[in-house]
Design a protein around this ligand. Sequence first.
Ligand code: GLN
Length: 492
Amino acid sequence: MATDADLLELHEHVAAVSSGRRSAEEGVRLVLDRIERLDRTLRCYHEVFAAEALAAGREIDRRVRSGEKVGPLAGACVAVKDNLATRLGRTTCSSRMLEHWRSPYEATCVERLVAADAIVIGKTNLDEFAMGSSGEHCAWGVIRNPWDPRRVPGGSSAGSAAAVAAGLCHVALGSDTGGSIRQPAAFCGCVGLKPSYGRVSRWGLVAFGSSLDQVGPIARSVRDASLVLEVIAGEDRRDATSARMPVERLGGSLEEPVEGLRVGLPREYLSEANDPAVNAAVRRAAEALEAAGATIVAVDLPLTEVGISTYYVIAPAEASSNLARFDGIRYGHRAAPVAGEDLAELYARSRGEGFGDEVKRRIMIGTYVLSSGYYDAYYRRALQVRRLIAEEFDRAFERCDVLLGPTAPTPAFPIGAQQDPLSMYLCDVYTVNADIAGICGISIPAGTTAVDGAALPLAVQLQAPAFAEGLLLRASRMLEQVMGTVGLAPAR
Ligand code: GLN
């Protein structure tokens, strides 16, 4: 009988399964047991594919026994954010609007994972349509932080991050439009990688802000995140924005420290408004990197503070257009017909019933900033600032290889503590600009802090130029080696 201690990191599990030292089926069973025990409280999963996952595990075991070659993720149990289309189960975006929707096709990233012999264990809950930073805006209820169930796991990839932290999978997929991979990874003590825009195909990702959205891994170590990225990255003919750039295979070089690494530490990132424990973690990370041979460079990123206002014009503008397809006729929840009602009224009632408040708020903001008379003042201006933000990063990266800072201004906050949408939006102050500029960023655990009798994870973020994931991951591994991981959340 397997015990909790048998829940290995992804790379160890895959190595053990491929060499026949461990059974993939037993690995699935262990994960399913933990889900059974812990997910009633945490609510990471919307749907779990127990029978299919066990069968997939058995098939991998059979192939290993008969000496067939298995893929680079053989036996890895992957949790998939429920805004990614899967053939198995439903794809709901945690919205009533798509409560019963079954996708006729599978997202490219999921297809590639399965082709690498990973096992899809289930679909994880999110803030509806990936709009949110707390996991509280999910049509199926609030998702909880496994480190302290009174607190939020962050969002919008709430279920994915909480599932990784609680050991309810080996690794998870999330999506990041303004921070939705990195911020929940930070709150849950995981590694969360947002690849450069175009690095991973968006085919099968339900669109939120199409010029910002990226899929990426949430994992328990840098090595695991790197393994998953290698499998899901790369050109896809079905997504015209996916990049032609070859995918760097890091392999053993992940462990090699980056010679002469220059780490930029922007003044603006150590704001007084941050929780002091967060700033202390960033300083500790800077010292640790310096001790490992890196040079710390002071840089200025004055446009950090306009990121949120720019993002909250561009993302809702794109969302208002992307979500127009959910009208109850082409897609989504349809309100019960009322005699004498015309089509516009049926659309309005269906959308009114199907979407939650935060989604409606975004659609209204987006429609407003795109409307004639306001387009120039808001949308066009936001696009201009977007260019300036990208140029500011370019200038910073002339002086350093990676940027170090916080992922989020605070550790995980209590459920219900952020009632004001604006204060919730400010959670993403350090993450949105990477999406706006299309560069890559990663959140890495940086120890824990004791709050209200619980140990809460702290995190730091590294950012690197577009398509410099190789460098980013090697620098991240250096940091992880000196800071250590925080391990699984205490099981309750
Ligand atoms: N929290 C941000 C928002 O609510 C980012 C979401 C995301 O990255 N998907 O829009």
